[in-house]
Design a protein around this ligand. Structure first.
Ligand code: RB5
Length: 153
């Protein structure tokens, strides 16, 4: 995707890696809206997942990046939000395919799982890929239908 802006968030486990990712994106001409956290003081990752998802739901940015220790808690919290499709990735193939096939709008990864170089590659693969639509659209629509269904009332 040709994006100029992205929302990014993290918890205390990932402040340093988030700063490095922000710098990497700046070098690519992509501005980051940073919803925190801003220090290594212990905090609760759902707060930051929520702040980031609000930005996407409100159309401030199309895509987001969430980093915690493993990426897992962030993805669980993010996926509770309507319209959010968050994927935890620690390989570049999945980071690309989750855009192409799942139309994921949030990439999650763990600062205790991936190093800086791989984190940059995950981000690049995610951002540079486009949703393929076609047969994948129907499947994404089915995910949305589950979100809207009686089982969630
Ligand atoms: C914080 O210690 C850790 O639990 C959190 O960063 C994340 O890994 C949760 O999924």
């Amino acid at each position: 995707m040709n994006i100029k802006k992205i929302t990014i968030g993290c918890d205390h486990a990932a402040c340093e890696l988030k700063a490095q990712v922000i710098e990497h994106l700046a070098e690519r001409g992509i501005e980051c809206i940073d919803v925190g956290t801003y220090s290594s003081d212990s905090c609760n990752y759902p707060d930051y997942a929520h702040a980031l998802c609000k930005n996407i739901q409100d159309g401030v940015t199309e895509l987001g990046i969430l980093i915690c220790g493993t990426g897992i808690g962030m993805s669980m919290a993010a996926n509770k939000h309507r319209g959010i499709r968050a994927a935890v990735c620690s390989d570049t193939f999945s980071a690309r395919l989750t855009r192409e096939h799942n139309n994921a709008n949030v990439l999650c990864f763990g600062a205790r799982v991936v190093g800086m170089g791989l984190a940059f590659d995950l981000v690049d693969n995610f951002i540079d890929a486009d949703f393929e639509g076609g047969k994948h659209q129907k499947r994404v629509d089915m995910i949305t239908a589950i979100e809207e269904s009686e089982c969630n009332k």
